[in-house]
Unconditional design. Structure first.
Length: 119
């Protein structure tokens, strides 16, 4: 399954670069997890400027809308290139690791400002 996950990740990421939707210009595909029965693939993404409380949540919504509108094209690319017995339905989810990392950075920044420790 790791190989299938990586193949789906690579195909979606490469095809995304070719799309001309302005909502997808600063979107990166960070991973994919395909269910064992190949019914669904959760595709994780990051949108520049959308992470953390200082980011733009509207940017994240625009990116998600762009991905969902392109899901048919992206799924067709997976079907053509992956050679799986079944093509999974793509579900797009913001990568939680990006938000967690941004939150950790905010905490560290606030500690530095309070004089908690130096770099």
């Amino acid at each position: 399954m790791d190989r299938v996950n990586e193949v789906v990740h690579q195909i979606v990421a490469e095809r995304l670069e070719r799309l001309s939707d302005p909502r997808l210009e600063l979107v990166t595909i960070t991973g994919a997890e395909v269910t064992a029965d190949l019914s669904y693939a959760t595709v994780y993404f990051a949108a520049l400027g959308a992470a953390g409380s200082n980011g733009d949540p509207e940017r994240l919504e625009h990116a998600l809308g762009g991905l969902e509108s392109a899901s048919g094209v992206l799924r067709a690319a997976v079907a053509a290139e992956a050679r799986l017995r079944q093509t999974p339905e793509l579900r797009f989810v913001p990568d939680p690791a990006i938000a967690h990392g941004a939150r950790i950075e905010e905490i560290l920044h606030s500690i530095r400002e309070e004089g908690g420790f130096d770099d």
